[in-house]
Design a protein around this ligand. Structure first.
Ligand SMILES: N[C@@H](CCC(=O)N[C@@H](CS)C(=O)NCC(=O)O)C(=O)O
Length: 362
């Protein structure tokens, strides 16, 4: 039988997330480098725009988007699920996937482009121009990296924010280090969608980029070991989530950080997207719709507003809306304890969904 093919690269945030998941799920797949030729011959023709990772199934279905890749396998193999069944654990797992996917891009981009620039150029060279060598490959990498470098500042990783971003990231490393010195994964001995979300930034940019890897290994060795477990799982499809829907105490500081930093931006995104829809009837949803303020460790700047982020948020809010009785009460209690009360009565006037690799109004 034909294998699954994952097009991506070691330097890519979201390929790291997909690879970690496929390895844990024991999927028989082959990873292929997304070279310039692959973008032209396969990625753009199949999904309409240049983005990785792209998974091609044995039935020749193309799936771009790591959350959709995970959903695809979870539906086929629910027995070894990375989605916890306990209400608090599941809601927290959705939130931490959202945090990893859509927020930790700020420290990831900052550290790559402020502290690992030449390494990144040479890695971009290897992926886009494998036929070249030496300086020619490095220059090709520099050119290919321009697109990614160009968005670093609008994502919020500006030179003015650098000290605050580093302060926050180092504190996050300390929090995660304390957690992973007690638990192998976020919610016990089985990784969850939250673990896969976090390993996106914490593998390619913050572990594999050399200066960032040195920082992680010296300051937070338990986090580095978790990254290694995530990429090469010692027990694929094994382990279990903690009993009684327990949220470990050591995770609370991480959840509070997420709510403190990302929470206000999520509320603002929902408002902006609703206003945008009203102002632009019948228009396709663009990739970005405006700017918003964000605050990290007391410092404020502006960053872009991405409608896609609301789709990730809706995984948490849709799940919350499905809860009743004790399960709902337990989740409300958790949200109150982490500064996430806003989520309990959040109204999303302009919900979105994904269809054929595009975001559309739901
Ligand atoms: N939400 C997507 C994000 C994928 C993504 O941003 N991939 C990056 C590389 S790690 C990319 O190809 N970016 C190109 C772009 O943003 O135009 C996913 O989960 O797969």
């Amino acid at each position: 039988m034909a294998k699954y093919i994952l097009y991506g690269g070691q330097l890519s945030y979201f390929t790291g997330k997909a690879r970690a998941y496929l390895n844990w799920k024991g999927v028989d797949y082959e990873e292929r480098l997304a070279t310039r030729d692959i973008y032209a011959s396969t990625i753009i023709p199949r999904i309409g725009y240049p983005m990785i990772p792209l998974l091609i199934t044995p039935d020749d279905e193309a799936i771009q988007d790591t959350t959709e890749i995970i959903d695809y396998f979870e539906a086929r193999e629910p027995a070894s699920s990375v989605i916890p069944t306990g209400a608090k654990q599941r809601l927290a797992a959705h939130l931490l996937e959202l945090f990893g996917d859509e927020w930790l891009v700020i420290p990831a981009m900052h550290y790559r482009w402020a502290h690992n620039r030449d390494f990144a150029y040479s890695e971009f060279g290897k992926i886009t121009a494998p036929e070249l060598v030496g300086d020619a490959q490095f220059e090709a990498g520099k050119k290919a990296a321009e697109k990614f470098q160009g968005v670093v500042a609008v994502l919020g990783a500006t030179p003015e924010m650098a000290p605050a971003i580093e302060e926050s990231y180092e504190a996050l490393l300390d929090e995660l280090n304390a957690h992973f010195s007690v638990h192998p994964y976020l919610f016990g001995s089985r990784p969850s969608i939250g673990d896969f979300g976090l390993v996106g930034p914490l593998y390619a940019h913050l572990y594999r980029d050399p200066a960032s890897g040195d920082l992680m290994k010296s300051r937070a060795p338990e986090v580095a070991k978790w990254v290694e477990r995530m990429q090469s799982p010692p027990e694929p499809k094994g382990g279990a989530f903690l009993a009684n829907d327990e949220i470990p105490e050591t995770l609370l500081p991480v959840l509070r950080r997420m709510m403190r930093e990302q929470g206000p931006c999520l509320v603002n995104l929902v408002e902006q997207l609703s206003a945008w829809k009203q102002a632009n009837p019948g228009t396709d949803i663009p990739r970005m719709i405006g700017m918003q303020p964000f605050t990290v460790e007391g410092k404020t700047a502006q960053r872009i507003v991405l409608p896609y982020t609301q789709w990730m948020l809706q995984h948490a809010t849709d799940y919350f809306a499905s809860l009743e009785g004790d399960a709902r009460d337990a989740v409300v209690g958790l949200l109150e304890s982490i500064g996430g009360e806003w989520l309990t009565d959040l109204d999303i006037p302009a919900p979105v969904k994904r269809e054929n690799h595009k975001l559309v109004w739901a």
